[in-house]
Design a protein around this ligand. Structure first.
Ligand code: FAD
Length: 463
């Protein structure tokens, strides 16, 4: 057995762990990163990046399919598009491969030592890793746990065969004729929408009464509308009960007890994710828990001295950029800087159709009496209309007394690209006047943000 000591040990090479490790390296801290799978974690290897690559491919395909159906833009093609999903997946894997290699290079540049293998802890500061046929024991002064998360399984629909998680669906090389998506959260709907665009028949099962149940009706309605008008079967207030005896259909029961059988070549179970807390010796550490998550304070410190935890392992929002921000912060705290994790807002984006952004407080969070809610529709935005994207809006929630922007929600074509503008406004504590007095380029979607600010001030120009 080889024994190594280091200043910082990071476990997990996802957007939490690898960013923490790079920042530690930049700050001159001797750092080892242990990753059992591929560098990049859930986000880069089987989540954010591959899903957005597939969504892009689906958009390209559906644009050609629309042209074959007869486009109002006067663009036509003589035959329907053909899909080689195997090649699409290969291209998507190429994008992932490039980014994975990029992470390895960045870690090398930051002088972080990467050990490939699964870390198993015997106490708070010591773990062993089986790597390249050798056992390595690592002892560290500081440990950053960034073990991430895993998909939640439904007992009656265990993963395997035609029942897949998002990772499994992102790897299929044959288009399922009938895809059933269990769970109408953002992961289920992003992938369900992409497969619908690629030509699958798609049905969505959701236990609650609406799609995207965590978002308010103004945001979920345009998504609901797209799904219905594009032939996606929505089974709300319903739950998946399991496969039929011959395995060809999924049994779905509504709240009235009525059971429907849906044909299914693939069933995507996307009912949530859970922290990865099993199998790496957490029981040998004195870590307090917050439900299933590892409990932390506002510095991401756990209940054990100099053991830190970040990312999906510690709770909602389970998003890559939150994991990275926590990782950077912990590295800086270890290096002696005074930091705490208190972001004014963390943006959340759904790459559905249309896209949705939510950042900061919504009208219901903020308390209607104390806020101004001002909305500008994309139907009055020239850029949105010129991209056939009139169905959408930007809505600002601002504090009535100070007119400071405390929340922005938006739906519409390419709206994800405005998430940073919205978050910057909240993060820099901008007021309606600040945004209203800035000149926004024409014609851009950003003008809708400008106009929503002017509307809050009582003098929007284009509505
Ligand atoms: P992870 O990315 O899960 O990384 C943890 C790493 O730790 C893994 O690589 C794992 O192999 C490794 N590991 C675990 N235990 C050990 C051990 N004992 N030893 C060694 N290595 C270990 N988020 C967004 O912000 N935007 C999106 O658009 C988005 N889309 C998504 C789409 C899908 C389909 C999915 C599934 C997720 C998506 N997410 C998105 C969520 C995002 O992927 C996660 O929030 C993010 O990856 C969390 O980062 P993390 O570093 O905490 O954990």
């Amino acid at each position: 057995m080889t024994e190594i000591t280091t200043k910082v040990l990071v476990v997990g090479g996802g957007p939490g762990g690898y960013v923490a490790a790079i920042r530690c390296g930049q700050l001159g801290l001797e750092t080892i990163l242990v990753e059992g799978d591929r560098l990049g974690g859930t986000c880069l290897i089987r989540g954010c990046i591959p899903s957005k690559a597939l969504i892009h491919a689906a958009d390209e395909y559906s644009a050609v399919a629309r042209a074959y159906d007869g486009s109002r833009l006067g663009i036509g093609v003589r035959s329907p598009p053909e899909l080689d999903l195997g090649q699409t997946i290969q291209w998507k894997d190429g994008v992932v491969g490039k980014l994975n290699a990029g992470v390895a290079t960045l870690l090398r540049k930051a002088k972080v030592r990467v050990i490939n293998g699964w870390a198993h802890f015997s106490d708070g500061k010591t773990c062993t890793v089986e790597s390249d046929g050798e056992t390595v024991a690592i002892r560290a002064e500081h440990v950053i746990l960034a073990n991430g998360s895993m998909p939640v399984e439904i007992p009656s629909l265990p993963f395997g065969g035609k029942i897949v998680s998002s990772e499994g669906l992102l790897a299929v090389t044959e288009l399922p004729r009938n895809l059933v998506v269990v769970g109408a959260g953002y992961i289920g709907l992003e992938l369900g929408t992409a497969f619908r665009k690629l030509g699958s028949q798609v049905a969505v099962i959701e236990q609650l009464g609406k799609v995207l149940p965590l978002y308010d009706d103004a945001l979920s309605a345009p998504v609901d509308n797209w799904l219905r008008t594009h032939g996606v079967g929505l089974h709300l207030n319903s739950s998946a009960k399991g496969m039929s005896a011959d395995g060809s259909t999924l049994l779905v029961q509504d709240t009235g007890g009525v059971v429907t059988e849906l044909p299914a070549d693939k069933v995507l179970v996307a009912v949530g994710r859970k922290p990865r807390v099993d199998g790496w010796g957490i029981e040998n550490m004195a870590l307090n828990r917050n439900g299933r998550f590892v409990a932390i304070d506002e510095q991401c410190a756990t209940s054990m001295k100099n053991v830190w935890a970040i990312g999906d392992l510690v709770g909602e929002p389970m998003l890559a950029h939150k994991a990275s921000a926590q990782g950077e912060m912990v590295a800086e705290i270890i290096s002696g800087k005074r930091r705490r994790f208190a972001p004014l807002a963390i943006p959340a984006v759904c790459f559905t159709e249309p896209e949705i952004v939510s950042v900061g407080l919504s009208p219901s969070d903020a308390g209607a009496a104390d806020t101004i809610v001002s909305m500008f529709p994309f139907a009055a935005n020239g850029r949105a209309l010129s991209m056939e994207g009139g169905d959408g809006f930007v809505r600002i929630v601002s504090d009535r007394a100070t007119q400071r922007i405390v929340g922005v929600q938006a739906a519409g074509v390419h709206i994800s690209e405005l998430a940073s503008s919205f978050t910057q406004a909240i993060g820099m504590q901008a007021s309606l006047e600040d945004i209203g007095s800035i000149i926004h380029a024409h014609p851009t979607l950003g003008e809708a943000f400008h106009e929503a600010s002017l509307k809050g001030l009582g003098h929007a120009i284009h509505i």
